[in-house]
Ligand binder design. Structure first.
Ligand SMILES: [Zn+2]
Length: 228
């Protein structure tokens, strides 16, 4: 009986772990840079509560696979290690989501033309300390590349490049190009020539807003012609 109970619990736990959010397969990468794509792993920032694409560590691993942070082999390895390390994996998931929300707060503030709060920067410095000791430089044909001295089954393989990307964005000269989509609240780096991008994507939010603007313009025109 005891053994049966143990087996059943394990089975249920495995079922919970392996049921990942299939919407990850359709998520768009419109952030223009990795750290903002991570911030955009929610459906709509303007909705309360915010509908999240990441419900469990397995969703985070799936996202990392889709965006190319881990290859298929590492993704399988990470997924296999989760059921045996549920508590640790859950803790890491909470840690990663805190990073995501911290990055959102920091880059949203920047998108509004303000400087990040010192308290947020301090929190971000802790993430830098957690990851940058694993940076591993390699030279290939005269070019230097930064890799990570982390085992293939380390979940930090997902957060390390995100932290590095955010660090580079903060230190670069493109902060005035960090913007908020007026429709869904996603953050993005405007890489257009004229720097006049208003939406995360023309396909989704841009066309919705344009259709609405057109509708209201038509309505106004009709009202004016009725009045005259
Ligand atoms: Zn949008």
């Amino acid at each position: 009986m005891y053994l049966d109970g143990k087996v059943t619990i394990l089975f249920v736990m495995t079922q919970v772990v392996l049921k990942r959010n299939e919407r990850i397969d359709h998520i768009q990468f419109d952030g223009g840079t990795l750290c903002l794509d991570f911030v955009n792993t929610v459906h709509d920032r303007k909705k309360k509560p915010v509908p999240d694409y990441l419900h469990h560590i397995i969703d985070l691993v799936a996202w990392a696979g889709k965006i190319g942070l881990v290859d298929k082999k590492s993704e399988t390895l990470l997924n296999r290690s989760i059921p045996g390390n549920l508590k640790k994996s859950d803790q890491f998931f909470t840690y990663a989501l805190s990073l995501r929300e911290l990055l959102y707060d920091m880059f949203f503030t920047i998108s509004q033309g303000n400087a990040t709060r010192n308290a947020d920067l301090e929190k971000f410095n802790a993430y830098i300390a957690d990851h940058f000791s694993f940076i591993n430089l390699k030279a290939k044909q005269g070019e230097y590349r930064a890799g990570w001295n982390l085992p293939n089954d380390s979940l930090q393989r997902i957060t390390a490049p995100v932290v590095k990307d955010a660090y580079e964005l903060l230190l670069g000269n493109r902060l005035d190009r960090v913007k908020e989509c007026s429709n869904c609240g996603w953050l993005f780096l405007d890489t257009t020539k004229n720097g006049k991008r208003r939406w995360c994507s023309m396909k989704s939010c841009g066309s919705n807003i344009k259709a609405l603007e057109w509708y209201y313009r038509q309505k106004e025109t009709k009202q004016v012609s009725h009045a005259s």
